[in-house]
Design a protein around this ligand. Structure first.
Ligand code: AMP
Ligand code: ZN
Length: 663
């Protein structure tokens, strides 16, 4: 088989597996086999850039950077929806329709997905553009980011129209959202407040590789175009599904408002069983001809109506406010409630976030409180029933000392959270830091779990993560539930962690605000721990995407004598505190301060290698041309609009050979 057919075949196969996994949720092969095939395709594509395809499954991993999102005008305006809240509202709407339309009217009921709206443009079966709703007339071009969302087909199948727009909602399913937040809490960062804002924020990230790591999904609900071969909204949904889009199956045709109400009732009750959030139902006139007759008001179609569910609330007794101490010393007040049924689960605890929140709600122990469940991991208190308050009750006084170690708490300017500053002596901080150090995304120490860490600390065997490397088998054997074999495994796991690469060690150290991504950036920029220790705030802030808050935290961490000692010890034990030499060898500063845009197909070097070469030599690879671009590296088949834009902005256009000569 020729290389070209092999590449085509692999792309086809990977597309099918992607579809099975992300759209149908029915994988046919395991993740490992999928990764192997993807790697093989990547290898072939890199060796044969002449077969470049903007719809290749290899592009799902992202890498394109967008500095400024271009404004794009929607070919078909993106309208808002009118809202209804009751049966009467819906009956009024039906009456208005009946006045304008003769004959029978059917409706389609769909769930209203709660995310960020998106308009996708397909030409000849390929995704060419993804634009946010913006003001409805024009939005932002977020194509690079949207391409990383696995359930959005880059290449369609079946009898799709030559050109059309399809609308949908980009959402963050609840499980993925919870996992993202767990990772943030782990890194000492504030969790995101809800899935909807996080989904829409994700679309505007500059680095598409970061978007690719977020478990985003896209549910589609409307097709716009000329000469479409279907006559109803419902058929349109079925068509879209057949072309490879993810279209939820729950949509239902109804003949009247009476029937629609049954759908509403059912989903009001069952919406909490869905893997994502909905805030209501959208009811649409099914017949497209009738839709056209009804037309639009200034803001919304007359043929569609949103019905909003009431947010579920429960009232219960706030028995006691307790305070939790996190790994970074952050204090979180928690409301302990008389258990109450809410949105399908029993709620016993709710977050009170911080002292300001308690003051704002004026919430007190013994109050009857209203609890709501949004996308958050734990529910929140939204108000107090003041009429039921005991007249003797006193305002809540926030604790002044750590509930675990009694150290006076501090609260820095501009921070909402109180902290226990006793980093080295506060038990949950000591244990939490070591648990973070050994966690999967950090040192990933096999044979050692969070509970064992607590046992080791409480037995006085370790006080910090460096102590792990001095543990002896004889010391741990007497511990509860520790057998010969598990002790061996633990020691082996600790030994093996010495090979974990620098960026993960840096993350494992548990510096506040240094999550996985920041750790990777810092490792790449400074290359050794010594260089990072030496770097002052100014130098740190100079690094892309490192702000003052992170810089201050990094400098503060290394300024602590105790942390210096820990790091020196980790060095002696042989942990990786520098980037791997093979990575370093190819790096220079030759392109420092220069921004490049790559366009077209290249002969001698693949696009991804080209990009890597730019970055390894200190340059920046941007996704689109702007006044900040220094060079446009032009390959074959570069679009004329890019050349035009580069010429207009005075960007130097160079060939692949000229680029290679620079490095
Ligand atoms: P609103 O933003 O409250 O005016 O509601 C309109 C938005 O609801 C649209 O822009 C869509 O993004 C979103 N939406 C969610 N699900 C659907 C659906 N099934 N049909 C139409 N719009 C939907
Ligand atoms: Zn404490």
């Amino acid at each position: 088989m020729s290389i070209e057919s092999k590449i085509h075949e692999l792309r086809e196969e990977l597309r099918r597996h992607n579809y099975n996994y992300y759209v149908l949720d029915k994988p046919e092969i395991d993740d490992y086999t999928f990764d192997q095939k993807l790697k093989e395709l990547q290898r072939l594509e890199e060796a044969h850039p002449e077969y470049y395809d903007a719809s290749s499954p290899t592009l799902r991993v992202g890498g394109e950077i967008t500095k400024n999102f271009e404004t794009v005008r929607h070919e078909y305006r993106m309208y808002s929806l009118d809202n209804s809240y009751s049966q009467e509202d819906l009956e009024d709407w039906e009456k208005r329709i009946k006045k304008l339309i003769d004959g029978k009217v059917e409706y389609v009921c769909e769930l209203k997905y709660d995310g960020a709206s998106i308009s996708l443009t397909y030409e000849e079966g390929k995704l060419v553009r993804a634009v946010t709703r913006g003001d409805g007339v024009q939005g932002d071009d977020v194509t690079n980011n949207v391409k990383t969302i696995r359930s959005i087909p880059l290449q369609l199948k079946g009898d799709y129209p030559e050109k059309f727009d399809i609308r949908g909602e980009i959402i963050l399913p609840l499980a993925g959202f919870a996992a993202m937040n767990a990772a943030r809490v782990e890194a000492g960062e504030e969790p995101y407040s809800n899935p909807r804002n996080t989904a829409s924020g994700s679309l505007k990230l500059q680095d598409s590789a970061e978007v690719s790591n977020r478990p985003l999904d896209c549910l589609l609900y409307s097709i716009k175009g000329e000469n479409l071969k279907f006559k109803t909204q419902y058929e349109g949904l079925e068509k879209a599904r057949s072309w490879g889009f993810k279209v939820p199956e729950v949509a239902q045709v109804t003949a009247s408002t009476a029937e629609t109400l049954k759908f509403l009732e059912y989903w009001d009750e069952h919406r909490h069983d869905l893997p994502y959030e909905t805030d209501g139902v959208v009811i649409k006139v099914n017949d497209l001809q009738q839709q056209e007759e009804l037309g639009y008001t200034a803001k919304a179609p007359r043929w569609a109506m949103a019905y909003k569910f009431k947010t579920e609330q429960a009232e219960t007794l706030l028995e006691k406010i307790t305070y939790q101490v996190g790994r970074t010393g952050a204090i979180t007040p928690v409301a302990n409630l008389t258990p109450v049924q809410l949105a399908g689960t029993i709620v016993k605890r709710a977050s009170l976030h911080n002292a300001d929140q308690i003051a704002k709600l004026d919430v007190r122990e013994g109050d009857r409180v209203y609890v709501e469940k949004g996308g958050e991991i734990i529910p929140k208190i939204v108000g107090v029933d003041f009429e039921k308050r005991d007249p003797q009750s006193e305002p809540t006084v926030y604790i002044t000392n750590c509930p675990e170690c009694d150290t006076p708490l501090v609260r820095e300017e501009g921070e909402a959270q109180h902290y226990c500053p006793n980093e080295m002596g506060c038990p949950p901080q000591i244990i939490g830091r070591i648990q973070h150090f050994i966690s999967r995304k950090a040192m990933d120490i096999e044979g050692l779990g969070g509970e064992t860490v607590a046992l080791l600390v409480n037995a006085g065997l370790i006080q910090n993560y460096a102590d792990l490397y001095e543990l002896k088998k004889e010391q741990i054997l007497p511990l509860e539930r520790m057998a010969e074999k598990s002790a061996d495994n633990l020691i082996k796991g600790i030994e093996a962690s010495k090979a974990v690469p620098f960026e993960r060690v840096l993350f494992a150290l548990g510096i506040r605000y240094v999550g996985e991504t920041v750790a990777r950036k810092l490792a790449k920029e400074f290359k050794t721990i010594d260089a990072l220790v030496e770097a002052g705030e100014e130098r740190l802030v100079g690094v892309d995407e490192i702000g003052g808050r992170i810089a201050e935290s990094v400098v503060g961490f290394f300024a602590e004598a105790l942390n210096q000692e820990l790091i020196n010890r980790l060095k002696t034990y042989g942990l990786q505190l520098e980037l791997d030499a093979s990575v370093l060898e190819n790096q220079t500063e030759k392109l420092k301060g220069l921004t490049f845009v790559i366009s077209g197909v290249f002969e001698k070097i693949s696009r991804s290698d080209l990009k890597k070469t730019i970055e390894d030599n200190g340059g920046k690879a941007a996704g689109s041309i702007s006044s900040k671009t220094n060079y446009l590296v032009a390959g074959d088949n570069m679009g004329p609009s890019k050349r035009e834009k580069a010429e207009k902005l005075g960007v130097t256009i160079i060939s692949e050979d000229e680029f290679l000569a620079m490095v």
